[in-house]
Write a protein that binds this ligand. Sequence first.
Ligand code: ADP
Ligand code: MG
Length: 266
Amino acid sequence: MVVANQKGGVGKTTTTVNMAAALAQHGLRVLVVDLDPQGNASTALSVDHHRGTASTYDAVVDGMPLVDIVQPCPEIDGLFVVPATIDLAGAEIELVSLVAREGRLRKALHAHPWVFGEGEDRFDYVLIDCPPSLGLLTLNALVAGDEMLIPIQAEYYALEGLGQLLETVEMVKAHLNPDLEVSTIVLTMYDARTRLSAGVADEVRTHFGGQVLRTAIPRSVRISEAPSYGQTVMTYDPGSAGALSYLEAAREMALSVNGADEGAQA
Ligand code: ADP
Ligand code: MG
């Protein structure tokens, strides 16, 4: 499951870590791949990602096996992380001269026995948190995964840039990964009191129909505070509206793709 939208600040990272935590709380085994050099997902999931830590950079640029990189999230059972370090900032340029430069993350994931293997160790979900651009790192994610989760902020200009994202998806489908589908759209930072949020939600549902989760993620201070404690809102304030909305969104998503039964949903 590739979490992408080249706009910054729309809730990609927040959605990745909280959806992952919620899926894990539903009893699924989940891997988060942090593909953003800022490493915000790694911070929120409280895994080591100082410079020198084995990271996504090593997997994508040097072909280091994921088994040597994955760390368990200390806060949540069943949740594992491939952290991002600041080295990843250079990968965008270093990748240009490497062979099969768009397929390197896919290769790393497919080589990992837990990702597409059988048995107890298998991951039910792999969530990839993309950087806010449509560069080679995001392209690697789109080639690696078969499903996309697009967070859309319930704000002005919500749909701006989506056309470009969808064109990129079509290009990837045509040339690099025919299985890629935009399976899920989630509205984030939804403010039920404003007509603006309701209007954006209507517009998004008109465009995307059944792909849009019925559960919208509310704007919530608890959600935005959690990362500064190295936590997701799922552990920081489990009873909060934000945590409950991610739990429900994860349930909807898992039901719609039967994630628990059909092998890894990368
Ligand atoms: P992206 O990864 O797309 O750049 P983030 O997930 O980092 O976006 O979110 C951008 C900012 O918005 C962060 O400060 C985050 O804490 C905040 N944020 C995200 N979702 C919510 C929400 N539902 N309620 C309040 N703040 C949110
Ligand atoms: Mg982010």
